[in-house]
Design a protein around this ligand. Structure first.
Ligand code: GLU
Ligand code: ZN
Length: 308
C-alpha cells in the first residue's frame, strides 16, 4: 500500500523549532518511501486559532522547502470545517453506549483534554460514569454543561512504534476515560485526530514523542470506530540546556526569529543535523536529505537544541 503521511500543525501560534523538526521528519518519512503527504490544519480551538495564523504556518512550511500533495486552507483540511465527521463518529460511539457526560469542574476538564497528555496527566476516576439518572438531572437543572467522555476497557493495548518499539498501556489504569467533546462543544484532539487520519487514509503518523502516550488510546478508538490504525512513528523532542522541552513561549526559537537568523537551507541543515542525518549543520534542501534518510540514524534521546 502506498504510504500516506501528514503534516498536522496546530496554528495556535507561530511554529517553532520542534514543530519544524516533526514536519521535516514527517516529510522525509513519506517522501523517502515515494509516499503522499497531506497538510491538515489542526485548528479545533476557535479561541486559539484563526485563518491568519494558519496562513502563517503554511507560509513557514513552504519557506523551509516542504511540500504536500493535498491540504491547506481550502477544502476540508482544516479541522474547524470537519465537525460533521466528528459528530458522526461521536454518534457511533454513543450508539455503542461508550460515551457519557462528565460534569466535573472546568479545571479538570481542561487538564484532561489537552493534546499533550500522558505523563503527568491525571487519569480520570470515572466518577461521572457512575452518576445516577437523578444526580445527572440535578446537575443539568443546576445549569452544568457536560463534557463527553469515552469509556475505555480494562485492557492492555500495545502499539509498535516505528522508532521506539512496543509501547503498552493499560487503558483503564494508564489512560482512563478520555474526553471526546469539551463542555463548550469543541471537539477534542483525540477524537478529531483519529477520525481525520482514518478518513484521509493516513497510514504513517510521524510526530513528537510527547504524543506517544496518546497512541494506545488513539489506536483503540480507531479500531472501535471500525478503522485500521496507522503506523505510529514518534521522534525525540528538542530540549533546552536544562533538558526542558522547547515551547512556544521561547520566542527566540519561533519562526519569526528563526527566519531572520537563518536561510531556509541553513535551518534545514540544522534540523537535519539534530536528526542525525548530517555530521554537521550545513545548508541543504529537504530533498538533499532523502537519500541518507533512515530512522536508524535518528536519536531516541531528546535532543539539546544548541545552535553552533
Ligand atoms: N497538531 C499537533 C501538534 O501540532 C500534532 C498532532 C498529531 O500529530 O497527532 O502538536
Ligand atoms: Zn466527571
Amino acid at each position: 500500500m502506498k504510504v500516506t503521511g501528514r503534516l498536522a500543525p496546530s496554528p495556535s501560534g507561530r511554529m517553532h523549532l520542534g514543530n519544524l523538526l516533526s514536519a521535516l521528519l514527517a516529510w522525509l518519512d513519506a517522501r523517502s518511501a515515494g509516499g503522499r503527504l497531506i497538510l491538515r490544519i489542526e485548528d479545533l480551538d476557535p479561541d486559539r486559532c484563526d485563518p491568519e495564523k494558519a496562513a502563517r504556518v503554511i507560509d513557514d512550511l513552504r519557506w523551509l522547502g516542504l511540500d504536500w500533495d493535498e491540504g491547506g486552507l481550502e477544502g476540508e483540511y482544516c479541522q474547524s470545517r470537519r465537525a460533521r465527521y466528528y459528530e458522526a463518529a461521536f454518534q457511533k460511539l454513543r450508539d455503542m453506549g461508550l460515551v457519557y457526560p462528565c460534569y466535573c469542574t472546568r479545571a479538570e476538564r481542561l487538564a484532561a483534554s489537552a493534546p499533550h497528555g500522558g505523563e503527568g496527566e491525571p487519569v480520570y476516576s470515572g466518577k461521572c460514569a457512575r452518576l445516577s439518572e437523578e444526580e445527572r438531572l440535578a446537575l443539568e437543572r443546576a445549569g452544568r454543561r457536560p463534557a463527553w467522555r469515552v469509556r475505555v476497557p480494562d485492557v492492555n493495548l500495545s502499539v509498535n512504534d516505528g522508532h521506539y518499539g512496543p509501547y503498552t498501556q493499560n487503558l483503564r489504569r494508564d489512560c482512563g476515560d478520555f474526553i471526546v467533546r469539551r463542555s463548550d462543544g469543541v471537539w477534542a484532539y483525540q477524537l478529531a485526530v483519529v477520525v481525520d487520519d482514518a478518513l484521509m487514509g493516513v497510514d504513517r503518523v510521524v510526530r513528537g514523542r510527547d504524543l506517544l502516550p496518546s497512541a494506545p488510546r488513539q489506536a483503540w478508538l480507531c479500531r472501535t470506530l471500525g478503522y485500521e490504525p496507522p503506523e505510529y512513528v514518534h521522534l525525540p523532542l528538542l530540549v533546552d540546556k536544562a533538558g526542558r522541552r522547547l515551547s512556544k513561549r521561547d520566542r527566540d526559537l519561533d519562526m519569526g526569529a528563526l527566519r531572520e537568523r537563518y536561510t531556509p537551507g541553513e535551518l534545514t541543515g540544522l534540523l537535519g543535523w539534530y536528526a542525525g542525518l548530517l555530521d554537521q549543520p550545513k545548508s541543504v534542501e529537504p530533498k538533499d536529505l532523502l537519500a541518507g534518510f533512515s530512522w536508524a540514524k535518528v536519536p531516541k534521546n531528546d535532543i539539546p537544541a544548541g545552535c553552533p
